[in-house]
Design a protein around this ligand. Structure first.
Ligand SMILES: Nc1ncnc2c1ncn2[C@@H]1O[C@H](COP(=O)(O)OP(=O)(O)OP(=O)(O)O)[C@@H](O)[C@H]1O
Ligand SMILES: [Mg+2]
Length: 209
């Protein structure tokens, strides 16, 4: 993932400025900054959910910021796994079905064995057929990580994965992200205002308020 002169303004007001930055494959990076500093805006630009008003974003060698909406969706589906702060699991589907849907959309295939093995890896084998609303907060996060990883994305992006968690669970969440990223060879990009987890990352990008 690489940015060049990246910033974003809305109505003439600059709400995110990252500039030039490069994340090498396998590097685990943290984007750290207070509320309102532009972390989610940055993630939206990297994942192609918005087109930045200035600068360029490259993901897996393709220029995300130069693509139209459909091509951005396709690049995101092929290369990125997203873990949302609010998880956004589909409530009517079981954990297994949530992963199956993501797998089908991302890869066009259905591989039940890969789904079962990833769910076991995040410690949810006993809850595989549960609906998301019956999961604990931590279990829901594990399910959301598994869903992001089922397509074996090259880049895993997580927005505020730990901010609602106590210390023990925050560090467990970081461990799980690192472990699962290592298991699938993914590069990790995490955005947070949670300074507790900063020492765990080899690269920290700070955004000012
Ligand atoms: N579409 C938009 N239009 C106008 N202002 C916006 C828009 N999106 C974000 N902002 C503003 O830009 C600033 C940065 O927002 P952003 O969501 O990127 O911050 P953040 O660092 O993720 O904050 P938090 O830690 O609270 O999630 C905020 O002041 C926000 O209100
Ligand atoms: Mg945010």
């Amino acid at each position: 993932m690489k940015t060049e002169g990246l910033s974003h303004a809305v109505g003439g007001k600059r709400i995110m400025a990252v500039g030039d930055w490069q994340q090498t494959s396998g590097d685990h990076a943290l984007v750290l900054g207070p509320s309102g500093s532009g972390k989610t805006t940055f993630i939206n630009a990297v994942t192609g959910l918005i087109t930045p008003s200035a600068g360029r974003v490259f993901v897996a060698g393709e220029e995300m910021s130069a693509l139209g909406a459909a091509a951005r969706d396709s690049l995101r589906r092929r290369t990125i796994g997203l873990v949302f702060q609010t998880l956004r699991l589909i409530p009517a589907l079981s954990v297994r079905q949530n992963l199956a849907l993501a797998q089908r959309i991302g890869t066009g295939r259905h591989d039940p064995a890969a789904i079962e093995s990833l769910i076991a890896r995040v410690g949810l084998a006993h809850r595989i057929d549960a609906r998301p609303r019956t999961l604990s907060q931590g279990e829901g996060q594990r399910a959301a990580i598994a869903r992001a990883l089922i397509t074996r994305p090259r880049l895993v992006v997580a927005d505020e994965p730990t901010s609602a968690l106590d210390d023990a669970n925050a560090f467990a969440m970081v461990d799980l992200l690192f472990e699962t990223a290592a298991a699938t060879g993914a590069t990790l990009l995490v955005a947070t205002h949670d300074t507790r987890i900063a020492p765990r990352f080899n690269t920290v990008v700070r955004l000012a308020a």
